[in-house]
Design a protein around this ligand. Sequence first.
Ligand SMILES: Nc1ncnc2c1ncn2[C@@H]1O[C@H](COP(=O)(O)OP(=O)(O)OP(=O)(O)O)[C@@H](O)[C@H]1O
Ligand SMILES: [Mg+2]
Length: 375
Amino acid sequence: MAAVSFKHVRKVFGETVSIPSLDLDIRDGEFVCLLGPSGCGKTTTLRMLAGLEQPTSGAIHIGGTEVQELPPAKRDIAMVFQSYALYPHLTVAQNIVYPLKKRGVPKQEWPAMLNNIAQLLQLEPLLERKPKQLSGGQQQRVALGRALIRKPKVFLLDEPLSNLDAKLRAHMRAELIELHQRMGTTTVYVTHDQLEAMTMSTRIAVMNGGVLQQFGTPDEIYYRPANQFVAGFIGTPAMSLIDGDLQRDDTGFSLHAGGVTVRLPHAALRADASGEVCVGIRPEDIVLGRGTLSARIKVVEPTGHESIVLMDCGGASLCTRIASDVPLAAELRAGQSVPFEITLARLHIFSRQSGQRMNRDDTNVTSIKRTRDAA
Ligand SMILES: Nc1ncnc2c1ncn2[C@@H]1O[C@H](COP(=O)(O)OP(=O)(O)OP(=O)(O)O)[C@@H](O)[C@H]1O
Ligand SMILES: [Mg+2]
């Protein structure tokens, strides 16, 4: 087990600056997801940690040892690639035990270790097949098995579940969480799936355009997005983001947005907050059927246990959700006006110029969750 750190790590491919300068400290035993849209530099970051790419500058440490000059084999890591890279001429069983052979683990220990992994990944009926006789999802499970069979200092996983069907994906997600709890091996997991990141991580590193946007627990990322990008990227349906204007006076702040004016106390926002802002409202922080505000319903999307409701409020688009067992849910129609209220303490305010969060965030995230659950 080992901590991992990136210090001022920069990666340039020819003319392209992939990672301008990355600083990231991952604690021993953490499960960290690198999360972000396609092309944001997740794989490049992981490949530099694995030793498959050389950083242009900066330092990478694993367990306190500087590793950026070391070849992959000297780093004691196990990696599962986006493409599984199995040996085509070896059987599934031979592929899985390959790292044991390479590391000189005595042969009599292999069968028990292989059985464990085959059982975990439901590979028992496939052990004698060659990779080309497997589906994409099965190949991915073999690649996972090959990484999991030994106990490296750090696991590196690049979208390892992307080729599995929804059911197996959910199953494997739970298995990986359990496995991590049992083994406690530091894990760096690349994904663009926020559900995966939110459910598996101890902390999430959200990246965009090669730049780390926020590094925090799933709760911190969800309840306190550091900037407008993180706010819009995390959460399904996405947070509504609307332009507004903020003025500070002696008794608090006046916020004008979507044809509505609301008052916020001084304690809610940073003292220098004012001017053009972007207001973020999560769907669950808009309550339909009560309050003094009004919006026109554009679309109602039933999903089973709840409906997603898109509305227009003074030209601003708002998205909210309503549980199907609330009587009002059955009455909502496009074109109708509906009263609503917003939980003002949950508004997210960002500077439109810098995109940075302007909330004061004095209370801790756990108490924010508790008050939400009680509401
Ligand atoms: N070998 C390379 N040569 C040139 N550019 C590269 C190379 N590898 C990556 N890049 C560029 O670096 C950027 C980051 O790529 P990377 O593969 O790390 O993204 P990613 O976040 O893993 O995306 P995805 O989710 O699509 O896998 C992209 O703009 C990509 O085009
Ligand atoms: Mg990638």
